[in-house]
Design a protein around this ligand. Sequence first.
Ligand SMILES: Nc1nc2c(ncn2[C@@H]2O[C@H](COP(=O)(O)OP(=O)(O)O)[C@@H](O)[C@H]2O)c(=O)[nH]1
Ligand SMILES: [Mg+2]
Length: 502
Amino acid sequence: MTAVPPGDGSPARHDLRATARAVLDRAVDTYRDHPAVAAWLDGQRARLAGPLRIAVAGKVKAGKSTLLNALVGEQIAPSDAGECTKVVTWYRGAPYSRVTLHPRDGGPPVGLPVDRRDGALVIDLQGTRAADVDHLEVDWPTPSLRVATLIDTPGMASTSAEVGERTVRFLNPDDERPSEADAVVYLMRHLHAADAEFLSAFRDRGVARAASVNAVAVISRADEIGGGRLDAMASARAVARRYRSDPVLRGLAQNAVAVAGLIAETGRTLRAAEFTALVELSRVPREDLDAMLLTADRFLAPGPGRPLGGEERARLLRRFGVFGLRLATTLLRQGTGSPEELAAELVRRSGLHELQAVLDTQFVGRRDVLQARSALLAVHRVLADVPPADGGRLAAEVERVFADAHEFAELRLLSGLRSGLVTLPPPMAEEGARLLGEQGARVPARLGLGPAPDAATVRAAALDALDRWQEHAENPMLTRAAADACRVVVRTCEGLLADRRA
Ligand SMILES: Nc1nc2c(ncn2[C@@H]2O[C@H](COP(=O)(O)OP(=O)(O)O)[C@@H](O)[C@H]2O)c(=O)[nH]1
Ligand SMILES: [Mg+2]
């Protein structure tokens, strides 16, 4: 994710955050005689002021930890099956490195050693069973974690029902309850019924109803689609395109991207020794190498005249996978000459950049509304759990913000259009969704302009859109629901026009 200036660049950006903050302040005051509740709400204030929280979810072995490392650019999330991979783990930007275990029984947090082996962080629970851990916190000095805290989850539908259940409880504790995460990246190797079920459980309900606003789907381990052939990524992108137009998925996630997380992770953390080993591998006669790289077993098989040592081949296989080895050796044969060049090409082909762009436009670019929504849901939850004597006014205020804040109206309409609940004639539907922020919430993206248009261009485009949508709103041929939808878009256009940069 790229660094962004304060505020998310969407129109009217300060208002909703300030409103949510005011509601939280009032809630803290309302609960001043309930220290525990007030403290929890105070934590929500800190959350609102802090970075966005993005959870990485999906089945066990979907490639979550690997993808998280690729996004961070370091190997800090352990992959595969150790005890600590069964625990929800928060990765937060910090000026120092620190690992903290929060016990399930509410006992005091315990510091764990920060142990790096072979470039990767090794987390040792020091005898604590995963089941006794509420969550781990890893503070890490890396720029990519300053924009968003990433939360690795153990995965659902796992062999251990309890681990799966923990993920679901974490992301979607209950109907109408806030989640610890503001948004979720959901990994799936193909869209299975269980995935759809999970995504629909995570999407907003009740007061915040706005399906799909905070979920992005990733077709993960994309290199394995199509049997690891060199055109595997093209096939995976075709699958992602299909998912983007799939009516079920459209209602559940804002976008679908194909990513080969392993290639991305290795590209971002490539070591000099690995480059040297790959160069040696790429010098094996083409036919012999092709035969060796037919399967993982063949690559590992011992025998006379094999390149590199057996252990080194095993290590390379873990880092690249069969597809990655084929890709890397092909690139080297075609003239890729330096570790930097190879690393960049692996990342480029992995699909990571596309995912980063989607996270930037859909999540980081909507930070204000996603965080405000989490804050309001938190107050809503407290009011339901611990009804205060005079909570009626506060409850009404929360309802009113959800109903009146134009940002939430936009999200509701956007998801209505995506799921087919609201229909507009095709050319209008497309433009309307764009104006509502489907391609990104920032002003230029909404107006379909390039990245840095001048003020006069923005103003002209906004005026033009406003005229057109005012006309649509008065079109007597439209259904009532469609006319209502047009009026929401009109308000959006007014906001774009009033934006001080326009
Ligand atoms: N070929 C390939 N293997 C991957 C990819 N991502 C993860 N893996 C492997 O799949 C296994 C599970 O990955 P992990 O990230 O631990 O999955 P998690 O359980 O969802 O966190 C590991 O052996 C990874 O090396 C990928 O993009 N391509
Ligand atoms: Mg994992």
